[in-house]
Design a protein around this ligand. Structure first.
Ligand code: AMP
Length: 111
């Protein structure tokens, strides 16, 4: 079982900020911004490369939920969304996740 599947299963504790039957959001253990939240599907999808016709609905659900989480966190002045996919992007946990970063003016511009 991967690290984030263990978090979903409750085998590893997390600081949850949102949960429903399909997805989980929790605070990153090594925050890169004042607010740094990871949003993951509860089912194991290794990365963005694993998104397909069968599971795309859960990604749509994640994207619909992210603005609600950001609003709950008070990120009224904006935030950055990042998903590292594969070795060149330095993905370290092989379970699809989206980083919500905010709470301050972020350095640089990605993309
Ligand atoms: P990535 O490098 O895009 O794969 O992101 C993985 C993220 O997971 C990193 O920002 C880590 O700090 C974070 N992380 C690793 N272990 C945990 C954990 N147990 N709880 C919360 N976040 C974690």
């Amino acid at each position: 079982m991967c690290l984030f599947c263990k978090i979903v299963a409750g085998e590893i504790p997390s600081n949850k900020v949102y949960e429903d039957d399909k997805i989980l959001a929790f605070r990153d253990i090594a925050p890169q911004a004042p607010t740094h939240i990871l949003v993951i599907p509860k089912t194991h999808i290794p990365s963005l490369d694993g998104v397909n016709e069968e599971n795309a609905e859960i990604v749509a659900h994640i994207f619909k939920t992210i603005p609600k989480i950001a609003a709950e966190e008070g990120l009224t002045n904006g935030y950055r969304l990042v998903s590292n996919c594969g070795p060149d992007a330095c993905q370290t946990v092989p379970h699809l996740h989206f980083h919500i970063l905010g709470g301050a003016k972020l350095a640089g511009q990605m993309g």
